[in-house]
Design a protein around this ligand. Structure first.
Ligand code: GLU
Length: 322
């Protein structure tokens, strides 16, 4: 089946999805990181960026919030750029754990083979893989430079969030040393964990995340800057990881009901990717029990429903300007 969607229809669907999701209540801010507990729970924004760069934004889309686990996506991409997708498969893996993002149990269960770069354990391992080995300053530059290229503008470290996370990341410290025990961390342990904690503490906006999603949807070329950030063959690999574990233990329910691969973070951000079509991002701090933003999920689902889109729908979709 062929389906043609106009820019105007996309704009209208995003506007209606934003307005309807604004009324959705429930959830609560992440409280295990003190900084996140204190963010205004009423903030809410939605941005869609098409692969031609056209962007529609509603609400608080320029508010800088903690990127948190959405940062696992760009660093997985960076590891693929530096070590190839096969290298990431070999050194980390691509299997969903079906368990919470910070599960220690998952590491014990999978000690003989790696997991995925989109849960805490695999993300800390991905930070350990970033080149150049043994040089935290240069590794940090590579991580933030890659995010800047993917978004078309720079993220900004939220110092208070970084301090807040560092002071409370006991579970992640346990994960890091357990990884060391299984020879699944490839650089200095505390440094790898610190890079992970710092990347989670980067401030990002919904509009920046939508641009990142659009860059993935556009096979690695940022539609806002025209820069090729990664090779086209990486796009389906990262989208596969997002589709299989982007919502942790709720990933199946999410993909089944929304039709779009998306990655969440406990800062309240959700970034979705529709290959060839668009990136979408929503942000609202209150989370469900798995750590996924309630309003952001509602907004993205409503947007997809209004346009009748789904990644597994048997149709060829073309977006045209009006
Ligand atoms: N910094 C958070 C942690 O590792 C990220 C978790 C998330 O966003 O899912 O605990």
């Amino acid at each position: 089946m062929e389906k043609i969607i106009t820019h105007d229809q996309i704009k209208q669907a995003a506007k209606e999805a934003f307005e309807e999701a604004s009324k959705v209540t429930g959830g609560k801010n992440a409280d295990y990181i003190p900084y996140l507990a204190n963010i205004d729970p009423n903030l809410f924004g939605l941005t869609v960026t098409l692969t031609d760069g056209t962007t529609y934004s509603f609400g608080d889309t320029e508010y800088k919030f903690g990127i948190e686990s959405v940062s696992k996506v760009p660093t997985a991409i960076l590891a693929m750029i530096q070590h190839t997708p096969e290298g990431v498969l070999k050194q980390i893996g691509a299997d969903a754990t079906g368990l919470p993002f910070n599960s220690v149990f998952a590491i014990l269960l999978e000690n003989d083979h790696p997991s995925t770069p989109l849960v805490n354990a695999g993300a800390i391992t991905a930070c350990s893989m970033v080149a150049p080995q043994g040089d935290p300053q240069e590794k940090w530059k590579a991580i933030t430079g890659n995010i800047t290229d993917l978004c078309g503008s720079a993220p900004q470290l939220i110092d208070e969030l970084y301090e807040s996370e560092t002071a409370t990341n006991f579970n992640n410290r346990a994960i890091s040393w357990l990884l060391k025990n299984y020879n699944r961390i490839y650089d200095e342990v505390d440094m790898s964990l610190d890079l992970y904690t710092r990347q989670c503490s980067l401030g990002i906006t919904a509009s920046q995340l939508a641009a990142m999603g659009a860059t993935i949807a556009n096979d690695g070329t940022n539609p806002l800057t025209g820069k090729q950030v990664f090779a086209p063959e990486i796009a389906p690999k990262i989208t596969t990881l997002i589709a299989t574990v982007g919502f942790y233990q709720h990933t199946g329910d999410w993909l089944y009901t929304s039709g779009i691969p998306a990655k969440t973070g406990v800062g309240g951000g959700v970034m979705g990717v529709m290959p060839g079509l668009f990136g979408i991002a929503a942000f609202a701090p209150p989370l469900d029990d798995a750590g996924n933003s309630v309003k952001a999920q509602a907004a993205i689902k409503l947007f997809m429903q209004k346009l009748g889109l789904g990644i597994f729908n048997n149709e060829k979709v073309t977006i045209i300007s009006d």
